[in-house]
Design a protein around this ligand. Structure first.
Ligand code: THU
Length: 280
């Protein structure tokens, strides 16, 4: 029987590399045994309904202290290092490590890049459990980092970016841009460009969205939509590509204008040979 007062939960998305499933199953059993033997809690890997290589790693810790002890345990860390060799891991719920956001961010960013490099995975977290083409109907949603995805819904990120664009403060260039960033747990954080009289302190919509998201505790992202009122698509500037890469990895980038979507790209193609934490 779980002690509801003390029990704690962590959930991560684990995308296993093709051909490494058997190894992964063995690893999953090892972790479950490790956590039980050491009294830290229970671990379960639950396969995604639609994507056979995706698992939800659910860890139920006996209490917060056990979770902390587990994270610090060299046996568990060795296990994690082995997992990273065959899977990409995106933390979705990780309450225990949140009190130390600086460390969490650095750990996660290193982890993310390492995982990409070793496995050659794409960063994008595909639409887990959301049927394609199922769009939200009507309803003018307020902007902000709220959770928009209900079961079975796919977020219309472009619509969110168009709404964000309305708030652009572009008095000097008159070039309004909106961006909407989707987090791994289904929230949308929007941004617009904000200019000022010094010109140089202008900040683009994409970075506003990303910095807002980071400041609100989000650490894993799937897609970003960028909207401008131009016939040809408006891709992110160099500075934004760098920031999006460092905080979001290989995001899917949707470019659109006020009428239509103009193309979808992967960030790694827009930023070849990137500089990031693994080179430090
Ligand atoms: N801008 C963005 O917000 N995002 C982009 O992807 C390109 C450029 C902004 C910066 C500036 O306020 C205006 O557009 C013109 O460069």
């Amino acid at each position: 029987m779980q002690d509801l007062d003390n029990a704690r939960l962590s959930v991560a998305l684990v995308d296993v590399a093709e051909g490494r499933e058997r190894e992964f199953h063995a690893l999953a059993r090892e972790l479950a045994a490790l956590l039980l033997t050491k009294g830290y809690g229970r671990a379960e890997m639950i396969r995604d309904e639609g994507q056979p290589l995706r698992f939800y790693a659910v860890q139920q810790w006996t209490d917060a202290r056990s979770a902390e002890k587990s994270h610090a345990d060299p046996d568990v860390q060795a296990w994690t290092a082995r997992l990273f060799r065959i899977a990409r891991v995106t933390h979705v719920v990780n309450g225990v490590r949140r009190p130390d956001p600086g460390r969490l961010m650095l750990d996660d960013r290193r982890t993310r890049v390492e995982a990409d490099r070793r496995t050659g995975f794409d960063r994008r977290v595909r639409d887990a459990g959301r049927p394609e083409g199922d769009r939200r109907q009507g309803g003018d949603r307020r902007l902000g980092p709220r959770r928009l995805r209900q079961a079975g819904e796919k977020i219309d990120l472009v619509a969110a970016a168009r709404r964000a664009r309305e708030y652009a403060d572009a008095a000097f260039s008159n070039f309004k841009v909106g961006a909407a960033l989707e987090t791994a747990d289904g929230a949308v954080v929007a941004g617009c460009n904000i200019e000022n009289a010094s010109y140089g302190l202008t900040i683009c919509a994409e970075r506003v969205a990303m910095f807002k998201a980071i400041s609100e505790g989000y650490r894993a992202f799937t897609r970003i939509a960028i909207v401008a009122d131009t016939a040809s698509p408006t891709p992110p500037c160099g500075a934004c590509r760098q920031i999006l890469w460092e905080f979001g990895g290989n995001l899917e980038i949707q470019l659109a204008n006020l009428q239509e979507t103009k193309g979808t790209h992967q960030l790694k193609n827009l930023l070849p040979l990137p500089f990031d934490a693994r080179l430090l």
